[in-house]
Design a protein around this ligand. Structure first.
Ligand code: SF4
Length: 308
């Protein structure tokens, strides 16, 4: 039997929770051209003036005919897109409420309740609530995979060509449209050694605490994902603490922020990053077409010239 495919984009959706219900989580890598391809779709025609990533995510969900889709309230644009999806998607769509503020026990309890509510939604697609042991086993496997990726990334950083300038890439999610960006950076004698985008290291939970995982896997799952330091949370000091630590560990010399038009979350952070970190910061436009590519070339070049 083919597993039910549950599409999502936001880092606060734990894929282990979907797998534990016996369904298949698919964090979609969005194709910005899917937006153009879906222009004829009645629902998407109403989605102008919104973040191109959010629009392309909705278009990809429809184009790929996911069985179910999870949106979150982390960003108003995604919430809006969720409301504007064609009516036939209503029964297949779940909106996970993610609190913007995170410091109180009440906010964490609310997030856990939302995950339980998500479980109820997954049950309507044939999912079954997992036992603690099954959930713990899935979490351990996922944790090991992530640890392996971190080890590989650390190895590749240690072997990186030291004559190249070391950069961090941060901002909104990476799309299939971004495959040319590392080449541009390389062309200007740079190398991205930290992927601090929403779909990169920034959007990953930290390692699970194995004692807590054994005692109460659901609580540990919720805790690890709730602690992801996304800049949209308020206050967002944990984002700057996380970024500062990683910039230092990878000896970063400059920062590229990828921002989608209409994305306020990352627009605000550009100036704050400039104030906080003593290194050059440039913003490049994501999913902006060929004009944006030309602008990206000149901004990356300017960044390299500003690095001493
Ligand atoms: S890029 Fe910005 S506006 Fe677009 S979905 Fe992400 S947070 Fe929301």
């Amino acid at each position: 039997m083919t597993a039910v495919r549950v599409a999502y984009s936001c880092s606060y959706v734990p894929p282990e929770w979907i797998s534990a219900y016996g369904l298949r989580p698919e964090r979609l890598t969005v194709d910005c051209s899917a937006e153009a391809a879906a222009k004829d779709c009645a629902g998407l025609a109403r989605l102008q003036g919104l973040c191109p990533y959010a629009r392309a995510f909705a278009a990809s969900v429809i184009a790929q005919q996911a069985d179910a889709v999870i949106f979150t309230t982390l960003c108003d644009q995604m919430r809006r897109i969720c409301e504007l999806l064609p009516a036939e998607w209503a029964a297949k769509t779940f909106l996970l409420n993610v609190p913007r503020t995170w410091q109180s026990a009440g906010a964490f309890r609310f997030y856990k309740e939302e995950l339980v509510r998500l479980g109820g939604f997954l049950e309507t697609f044939g999912g079954r609530a997992p036992s603690s042991d099954d959930l713990a086993a899935l979490m351990s496997a996922a944790d090991n995979d992530r640890q392996e990726c971190r080890t590989l990334a650390a190895e590749s950083f240690s072997q990186a060509d030291r004559s190249l300038k070391r950069l961090a890439l941060t901002g909104g999610p990476i799309t299939t449209d971004d495959s040319w960006l590392p080449g541009v950076v390389r062309q200007h004698s740079g190398l991205v050694v930290l992927d601090a985008t929403e779909t990169g290291d920034l959007g990953q939970p930290g390692p699970f605490d194995h004692r807590r995982l054994a005692d109460d896997p659901f609580d540990e799952l919720a805790n690890a994902y709730f602690s992801i330091p996304h800049p949209a949370r308020r206050p967002n000091d944990p984002f700057y603490a996380w970024l500062g630590e990683n910039l230092a560990a990878r000896q970063i010399q400059g920062i590229i922020i990828r921002r989608f038009t209409w994305c306020d979350t990352w627009a605000i952070e550009k100036n704050r990053m400039r104030e906080r970190f003593s290194m050059p910061v440039v913003e490049v436009e994501a999913c902006g077409g060929s004009g944006a590519r030309a602008r990206t070339h000149s901004r990356v070049q300017a960044l390299m010239e500003a690095i001493h």
